[in-house]
Write a new protein. Structure first.
Length: 157
């Protein structure tokens, strides 16, 4: 009897597709209450210490080490600063990486020794050193409805 039932299920899958196999479980789920909506937040990022108002700030927002948003920020000419607001993002663990693309070529320029010619910055403001800090050093929690961080630009030259 079990072999006949198994053969019937396999035949159902082949003839009618996977929905037939899961129809009973889907019907049972329709009466279940809806899951609560995930908590969201507003994240404000302030960028300070920009050496001039030339070019743009390219910013990448990461969640759990996966890029989820990229933005180009204008630089305030009087204060040499920039800011961006991310609204209705899911609460979680994030990191922000940015570069000051002074010549607008879309990348962080390096000299012949591999040292940055343009500015860069990261959340948690890790100290200036060779090599890029990992997500574990730059991540922060977004666990409240309003979160604000400051990033200070780093220039090697």
């Amino acid at each position: 009897m079990k072999r006949i039932q198994l053969a019937f299920r396999i035949l159902s899958i082949l003839l009618f597709g996977l929905p037939t196999l899961f129809a009973g479980s889907l019907m049972a789920q329709t009466n279940a209450p809806a899951a609560p909506a995930a908590a969201t937040a507003t994240l404000t990022v302030h960028v300070n210490g920009i050496r001039n108002a030339t070019g743009k700030i390219h910013l990448a927002l990461f969640r759990d080490s996966i890029a989820v948003d990229k933005r180009d920020l204008d630089i305030a000419p009087k204060t040499h600063s920039a800011a961006v607001v991310f609204e209705k993002i899911p609460q979680g663990t994030y990191a922000v990486y940015l570069i000051h693309d002074e010549n607008m070529n879309g990348k962080l320029d390096m000299d012949e020794m591999g040292m940055p010619l343009e500015g860069y910055g990261m959340s948690n403001n890790p100290p200036r050193r060779e090599g890029k800090p990992g997500f574990d050093e730059t991540n922060f929690k977004v666990a409240n409805p309003e979160v604000s961080i400051e990033i200070n630009m780093i220039y090697w030259q």
